[in-house]
Design a protein around this ligand. Structure first.
Ligand SMILES: Cc1ncc(COP(=O)(O)O)c(C=O)c1O
Length: 390
């Protein structure tokens, strides 16, 4: 039995909520979508939510809503999932890669000024691993240069910037993913939350082919006419998915507490272990701990990251790596001509990072098993044999 790196938590009530929708009149474009949008936006302190079929669709829709088009540049961190930058490309814009801090792998705010040109339209900040970025500094920078600030909070629903407010209320638009490994799930799904009603109108059209009225609106008004005014997509999410999300949301707060407990147990477990360094948690915020990431320093750990990955997998510990820097992906190298050296901190981190298992239903015994396994692998390779042998 593998301890996975992430796992959804599904209750009998979740299943019942989904079945209830299956028995109802509306499987898609129905009232459960609106209820889910209202619940998530009010949970995080934003005025509006527009739900779509994935976090990727939410990023694409956000780029459309803010008017990204050919020639526009959008600053994105190099250390993220490819979907963050792809949303810019889908709209014909150009992602401009910024480096991250070495200690927490969040966007290095001090680098952004130098990347801004007359073509810069927006910044997408990524709350890597569930830790909110420095939105006070980012908002000031965005305001100074007239840029839109977008948060890719796919990892951080339920986290907060302390007194600064919850994730979802810290940027002009915030994007969530509800993939099963994420803080809560709808199976597949995503949402954009914002306080801007104009963005909402554009987002709603974009998820429905660019059409100005959805089918329920037409049915309720007794009219068949509609107009396609933009080139949109079918990015709709179903009521079935939203029923699961609505049922999950009340448990999110407790899940974030549990994720933080597990992270503390890992922190304590690795405190005295040379070569294994957890990422830094900044003071004064609530970390979402979507991921628990350590850096494996080859020189002192005795094993390098790739070897530790293999050894732990062999022991049934489902470790993973998040991420290979986006600008080094073959597509980006060939489409944008990006290359090694552009974001050196993200590049060196990507050779050392390892995500350890973390999910709300993980038991303390499983956390201890992971800690013991990491210690064994490091000791076995580094101290006992004194050389790497796998
Ligand atoms: C940072 C980040 N952005 C965007 C996405 C895309 O979300 P989805 O898988 O729901 O399309 C992910 C998903 O892994 C992610 O980690």
């Amino acid at each position: 039995m593998m301890i996975p790196y992430a796992r959804q938590s599904i209750s009998a009530e979740d299943i019942e909520a989904v079945v209830d929708v299956l028995k109802s009149d509306w499987l898609t474009q129905g009232p459960t979508v609106e209820r889910f949008e209202a619940a998530v936006s009010s949970f995080c302190g934003a005025q509006y939510g527009v739900a779509v079929c994935s976090g990727t669709a939410a990023l694409h829709a956000a780029m459309f809503a803010i008017g990204v088009g050919a020639g526009d540049e959008v600053i994105v961190p190099a250390m993220t999932f490819v979907a963050t930058a792809n949303g810019v490309l889908y709209q014909g814009g150009r992602p401009v890669f910024a480096d991250v801090n070495s200690d927490d792998l969040l966007l290095d705010v001090t680098q952004i000024d130098a990347l801004i040109t007359p073509n810069t339209k927006a910044i997408i900040a990524v709350d890597y691993a569930g830790q909110p970025c420095d939105y006070v500094a980012l908002s000031a920078l965005a305001k100074k240069h007239g840029l839109v600030l977008v948060a890719d909070a796919s990892h951080s629903l339920g986290a907060s910037a302390g007194e600064g407010g919850r994730v979802g209320a810290l940027a002009d638009l915030t994007v969530f993913s509800f993939h099963p490994v994420k803080p809560m799930t709808t199976g597949e799904g995503g949402m954009v939350v914002t306080d801007n009603a104009d963005y909402v109108a554009r987002l709603k059209r974009f998820r429905n082919h660019g059409i100005d009225r959805d089918s329920r609106d037409r049915q309720q008004s007794g009219q068949f006419q509609y107009a396609m005014v933009d080139l949109g997509f079918n990015y709709r999410i179903s009521d079935i998915h939203c029923a699961l999300g609505l049922s999950q949301l009340p448990r999110l707060g407790a899940w974030i507490v549990r994720r933080n407990e597990i992270a503390r147990r890992y922190d304590d477990g690795f405190a005295e272990l040379p070569g294994i360094t957890p990422l830094t948690k900044q003071a004064g915020l609530v970390h979402g701990y979507h991921l628990y990431v350590v850096r494996v320093a080859q020189a002192s750990a005795g094993v390098n990251r790739d070897q530790l990955f293999q050894l732990l997998r062999q022991r049934g510990i489902g470790v993973n790596v998040h991420y290979y820097p986006v600008h080094l992906q073959p597509y980006y190298r060939s489409a944008l001509g990006t290359a090694a050296g552009l974001c050196p901190r993200a590049e060196s981190a990507s050779e050392e990072i390892l995500s350890l298992p973390l999910y709300p239903d993980m038991s303390d015994a499983e956390v201890d098993e992971v800690i013991a396994s990491v210690k064994d692998c490091v000791a076995d390779k580094g101290v006992v044999h004194g050389k790497v042998c796998c």
